[in-house]
Design a protein. Sequence first.
Length: 171
Amino acid sequence: MGETRSVLPAKRIERAIFVLRDERVMLDEDIAALYGVETKALVRAMKRNLGRFPSDFMFQLTPEEVDALRYQFGTSNGRGGRRYRPYAFTEQGVAMLSSVLRSQRAVRVNIEIMRAFVRLRHVMTTQVDLLQRLNELEQRYDSQFKIVFDALRSLMAAPEARGRRIGFRET
């Protein structure tokens, strides 16, 4: 079978995945935008099928988490916008959403989201392996190479998280 063309740019999906409560998650509004549905329709479908979404698949953000995200992404101060706290979906929760929404677009977008989660997992594994090898090398060589090892560690460090862009979002 030949490879089919991606429905969405991988970078767009990867920007919507972040870590919360030590889990890689996507927010309901980001998933809804990718699926081409309103957030309230996505949440309503999830609530109609709540038994499919245990706490390791989906959770609602606490007020503190909402404030932290608002601060991190520079979003509005609560006047206007959502009335309810967002839901965060883990990789398994996102997979379950495609079965709940049942549209062709949801299935195609879901495939791309799953691929993005796999790519991120691969990158994280590769980075852990590199760090382990670097530690092993550092133990074998004397302090002359400390500067080299420190420089390599700084290059491997995660870049500072930049907030979401303010303004229009590409669709």
